[in-house]
Write a protein that binds this ligand. Sequence first.
Ligand code: LLP
Length: 417
Amino acid sequence: MAYHGAELQVEDVRLSQLAAEHGTPLFVYSKASMLAALAAYQRGFAGRHAQICYAMKANSSLGVLQVFAAAGCGFDIVSGGELERVLAAGGDAAKIIFSGVGKTRGEMRLALQAGIGCFNVESEAELDVLSQVAESLALRAPVSIRVNPNVDPKTHPYISTGLKDNKFGVAHEDTLRIYQYAASLRGLRVVGIDCHIGSQITDVTPYLDAMDRVLDLVTSIEASGIPLAHIDFGGGLGINYNNDTPPAADVLWAQLLRKLDERGFGQKKLMIEPGRSLIGNAGVCVTEVIYVKPGEHKNFCIIDAAMNDLPRPAMYQAFHAIVPLRTGHSDTPEARYDVVGPICESGDWIGRDRMLAVKAGDQLAVLSAGAYCMSMSSNYNTRGRAVELLVDGAKVHVIRERESAADQMRLERLVAL
Ligand code: LLP
């Protein structure tokens, strides 16, 4: 994604051309950028027994899943719906891991019948239910228990998951006992251990600390006679939104693998569950300025994308860079704007205090919009979800059509009044 002359391009295609053909708001993903992000992990794990499971909650569009499935990825899922998506996109069931604190019996049944690779179990109650469901199908569910290592990932509190007060995982001090319990249940087969400490992590230290805590547990669990075939270190690696400087995936893993080797676990199978770092910077949201509204204290730049398309600013005060599709030719003076959507909520802002030279009809790109945008989008204000395109060199694939009002009303019924 770069300017070629005055024009912002994704691979070989001008975004202005895509906006003219498909309308706005519009999500555009670069296949090359997705594969480059994946390649950084693959380089990091070269020569190791490792499985990368894309955490598809970051972006679960079928076309995106297809790219990762074809590149050999497994998937980290958190619902029966996500399972159906992976299978529809041609993903390999054996490479699926199922995370989440609230798996239902129905979801467990679907996943067992599909033959997924591992359930990442988050409580004793879930162990009981999973064992019962597996026994009822005359199967044994492969399980790993999610450990809460109680380390602070130093990220936004809503996306921090590895602290004591979070709902995720089992407490470090209870882990050994819970493993022994899992090993005693007839419907289960203990295969691994996992942790995930949060998202948008830009520092290596929390990962190193979590790894130490998990490896301590691996030692005690195995000493108690329960072998663990794999260790899953979750996802969470951050991306650059606003002068963020996360380590590259291969740099992070060089450090983590060194620790793993030092502690004598270098031969273990590794699993990871990255989401954002595989797709976040591979996507942009293209939007058009509807009105410019000067004010006494603030100027507003009202765009046709909104919090239903890009919920991260409203939810986490997140920053996304906003840049023009064409630079340099504007005779409009630069001014400071709050960039907002048309939704009837003051929380519907996409960027605050941005210097932009814009007038109605200009097009803008909201950057780093590949992860947790479309997958968290909604129909609030009866706004249809945006079009999604996958660019591959000069080729453009429509991977999702624009949602109409009729699409949104399809499952509703008028009543006989
Ligand atoms: N594994 C588990 C168990 C997770 O809960 C998550 C994310 C991941 C892997 C992937 O994490 P990632 O590599 O993408 O950081 N909506 C928020 C992010 C929520 C993350 C939830 N869990 C946002 O827009 O920032």
